[in-house]
Design a protein around this ligand. Structure first.
Ligand code: GDP
Ligand code: MN
Length: 365
């Protein structure tokens, strides 16, 4: 889950990282500034706001008002801007980059620093990889202060700036751990006469940690159905075809998508009820997938392990979808499941291929 810049900055500020004194506004009339220049920045969960015209340095009140009106009425990558972050512009002498990211192949966090901040770090990595310093962090020991120093030295810092940089790196690492970040970033980390300051802030929380991180999911990050599924503890993805797919387990769901396409069908969405789903989970799953428009059929692919087929069947019967379904059912309590379906006029296949073909047929009828 992504946090807005202003949310991330608040956390940075509380944890010893210098940030500009800022205010969030939602209307140009809320703009107030004693001195100029000021920065106005669109608060949206996508990167590259600068390039898209969502970041403005205003030198006068008139300029600020004009920028506030313009940015608050624009869309960035399809997302309408509802909030602006406003702060006195930092007189930047040089822009650096500092961040931590989970490196899955290394199974650890990696610190990344660069003397070329401001730009996309991917771009720097491509054009001048020698300007990037990387450090793999021991997950048990954590980032050590001598390592933070070394990282700073590698990007050309020394003396007082190096000391301040190390402190910021150590604090950023602490925040990264405390908030279960999968990505945390200051780009640019601005150097001015007052020292270092985080003029931008990014913090993406690992979704797997949301049970212990008390953040409200962001409306703009998910579609309504995705949010409903999330709240019900189900994984759901919306696509643009006309066959809804429900399966248990990610692998089986992927296989279901493939086989539907193999027989010429087009998936409208897919939902994984997970292992051990009960009748209520199944009912909710059907409730969610059938809310999508333009649906012609539903393919339900269940291989019962810890999931019990009778529970799945009960969920189906309880919801009794108005759209035709094709069910493949095998495994734990298969006989009971099939019997429940039979009694309510549904037929379940043993073969995944047959059930998929049937679902495609139904979608073309
Ligand atoms: P992003 O484009 O979404 O990453 O937004 P940023 O917050 O990084 O802003 C884009 C650019 O605006 C930065 O790279 C800076 O060059 C510039 N910028 C941001 N804050 C300030 C500031 O306080 N003073 C000055 N002079 N420039 C700033
Ligand atoms: Mn930035």
């Amino acid at each position: 889950m992504k946090l807005y810049e202003y949310e991330a900055k608040e956390i940075f500020g509380q944890n010893g990282i210098p940030i500009p004194q800022s205010k969030v506004i939602t209307q140009p009339s809320e703009l107030e500034a004693d001195s100029f220049p000021i920065m106005l920045k669109a608060q949206v969960l996508v990167g590259g706001r600068g390039k898209a015209g969502g970041v403005k340095l205003a030198k006068t009140e008139a300029e600020a008002r004009e920028a506030a009106e313009r940015i608050l009425s624009m869309e960035i990558k399809g997302i309408p801007v509802k909030k602006l972050l406003v702060y006195p512009a930092v007189d930047i002498k040089k822009e650096y980059y500092l961040g931590f990211v989970v490196d899955r192949s290394a199974r650890s966090l990696v610190a990344i620093a660069s003397s070329e901040g401001g730009m996309d770090i991917e771009e720097v990595a491509q054009k001048s990889p020698e300007k990037i310093a990387k450090l793999q962090i021991d997950p048990i020991l954590g980032l050590q202060s001598y390592e933070a120093n070394e990282l700073g030295r590698k990007i050309g810092l020394e003396g007082k700036p190096l000391l301040q940089f190390s402190k910021i790196a150590l604090n950023l690492y602490k925040i990264c751990k405390k908030y279960d970040a999968e990505l945390i970033e200051i780009n640019p980390l601005a150097w001015s006469e007052e020292g270092f300051c985080a003029v931008d802030a990014k913090l993406n929380v690992d979704d797997n940690a949301l049970y212990r991180q008390k953040f409200q999911p962001k409306a703009e990050e998910y579609t309504e159905l995705e949010r409903m599924a999330k709240d019900a503890g189900l994984s759901y993805v919306s696509l643009d075809g006309n066959i809804a797919i429900i399966g248990c387990g990610a692998g089986l769901v992927m296989a279901s998508l493939d086989i539907i396409q193999k027989y010429g069908g087009s998936p409208a969405n897919f939902l994984d009820v997970g292992g051990g789903a009960n009748a209520e989970n199944m009912r909710q799953a059907l409730d969610i997938v059938t809310r999508q428009e333009g649906l012609k059929s539903i393919f339900i692919n269940i291989f019962g392990g810890i999931t019990r087929c009778d529970q799945i069947a009960e969920g189906i019967v309880e919801f009794s979808p108005k759209i035709p379904i094709s069910v493949r059912m095998m495994g734990t309590n298969e006989e009971q499941g099939k019997q429940i379906l039979d009694e309510h006029g549904y037929h379940a296949f043993d073969s995944m291929a047959e059930a998929a073909q049937k679902a495609v047929e139904l979608s073309q009828a």
